[in-house]
Design a protein around this ligand. Structure first.
Ligand SMILES: Cc1cc2nc3c(=O)[nH]c(=O)nc-3n(C[C@H](O)[C@H](O)[C@H](O)COP(=O)(O)OP(=O)(O)OC[C@H]3O[C@@H](n4cnc5c(N)ncnc54)[C@H](O)[C@@H]3O)c2cc1C
Length: 392
């Protein structure tokens, strides 16, 4: 039976989508949506793209909260959970079901100097105001956000240096062999990329490097990753391990508690492991499963993860999970404008990165989902459609 009251903590995309999906599934009980930020739900991907370039100011999702009949509590932070009650810094909320959708917060580095991060709309607007021509901007981290920020800042006339501890950009996300193919993009955009440069601390006038070096700059943005925003659940009995540990139905270890989006480490039947995916697509779709199960269903969430990034004038898309891959096949030549990297495991396509090839991405997604053995020669040949690469 569906609970009389659902409380959702975190008013980002995943939190809002949970409320929407509950109503889509006919849930007629009370829904309270609690968010720490003062803004109503908004979209984050444009923050490092069109908001920084100045093409967009507002990325609000503009939900019809009236027709959703959601009690929205903004600028309120959840602090504890216990005995069927959620406690915030303002009130207590008894619940029948609780959905944790608190997302993730940026990691910062040691040191007494100012370091900005890019997670919220306020972060993006404050940063944009400081991206003035000739500003010496240092970005720590050549991951997805670092690359997008470097693109926008270079476009605004800043003098951009990116400091990366790994041997290539995107090393954590893609591995160094594929990440290396993006190295030339930085120089092309006039960005100074310093690889294998570890940061010791952020200081008032610059960055102290671990090898004793010093980078003088006017502004530092730290973009070295995020961690799930779940510290407030400590002591609640909810199992935490790199986020809220949930099963395939997105149920946490405490009955009635669910987790969705960036903060959820869900059991993937497809990959036979817990997965936590910090991508928009998961925030969009995982709430469908949580809502269905709150409403009395028994659905499983088992996506082929998908992500996109817009950097240095290129559309970069990734689908799948290459953690268990044993072979890499290049499709086209990375020196060209359009190419792809395909990861195989046991002869099956398990992940693909495409640059400027959205159709390949879509086809790869279907082939990965089908879990079939593919012909590597067909995959490597851009004249053969990826949908025609399966051997089975
Ligand atoms: C700048 C930027 C660019 C991105 N670009 C892309 C992209 O191109 N492609 C892509 O796939 N993904 C991208 N992402 C990732 C994507 O935006 C996230 O995966 C998505 O926002 C996750 O949604 P969420 O609702 O799970 O978490 P969030 O969006 O983080 O929302 C969680 C909300 O919970 C609130 N909260 C936290 N703790 C508490 C608490 N204790 N009490 C109450 N409220 C709390 C937070 O303030 C926040 O508003 C980007 C992210 C950023 C920051």
């Amino acid at each position: 039976m569906a609970p009389a009251t659902v409380v959702i903590v975190g008013a980002g995309l995943a939190g809002l989508r949970t409320a929407e999906e509950l109503r889509v599934r006919g849930y007629a009980g009370a829904i309270t949506l609690i968010g720490a930020e003062r803004r109503p739900p908004y979209d984050r991907p444009p923050l490092s793209k069109k908001v920084l370039t100045g093409e967009l100011d507002d990325t609000g999702l503009q939900p019809d909260l009236g027709s959703l009949a959601v009690d929205l509590r903004l600028a309120e932070t959840a602090v504890a959970l216990g005995d069927g009650v959620l406690r915030t810094d303002a009130a207590e909320y008894p619940f029948g079901a609780l959905v944790v959708a608190t997302g993730a917060t940026p990691v910062t580095l040691p040191g007494g100097g100012e370091q900005l991060v890019l997670r919220t709309a306020d972060d993006a607007l404050a940063l944009r105001a400081r991206l003035t021509p000739a500003t010496r901007l240092a970005i720590v981290g050549a991951g997805w956000i670092g690359a997008e920020l470097a693109t926008a800042a270079a476009g605004r006339g800043c003098r951009v240096t990116v400091i990366e501890a790994a041997a290539t950009p995107l090393a954590t996300a893609l591995g160094t062999e594929v990440g290396a193919q993006t190295t030339p993009w930085y120089a092309e955009a006039g960005v100074d990329l310093r690889l294998e440069a570890a940061v010791a601390s952020i200081e008032p006038a610059g960055i102290a490097l671990a090898d004793g070096g010093w980078l003088a700059c006017d502004l530092v943005v730290t973009a070295v990753g995020v961690r799930p925003a779940v510290a407030w659940l400590a002591g609640s009995g909810v199992l935490l391990d790199n986020g809220v540990v949930v099963d395939a139905g997105l149920r946490a270890s405490v009955p009635g508690v669910f987790a969705v989006g960036d903060c959820a480490s869900f059991w993937s039947g497809r990959y036979r492991r817990q997965l936590r995916v910090e991508h928009w697509d998961v925030a969009l779709h995982s709430p469908e499963v949580a809502a269905a199960n709150i409403a009395g269903g028994s659905e499983a969430y088992d996506p082929v993860p998908y992500f996109w990034s817009e950097q240095f004038g290129r559309m970069v898309q990734y689908v799948g999970w290459h953690g268990a891959a044993d072979r890499l096949v290049w499709r086209g030549t990375p020196a060209e404008a359009r190419w792809a990297a395909c990861w195989l495991a046991g002869g099956r396509l398990v992940a693909a990165l495409t640059v400027g090839l959205p159709r390949d991405l879509l086809q790869a997604r279907r082939v990965i989902a089908a879990g079939v053995v593919v012909d590597p020669a067909a995959l490597a040949d851009p004249r053969v459609a990826i949908r025609d690469s399966p051997l089975e």
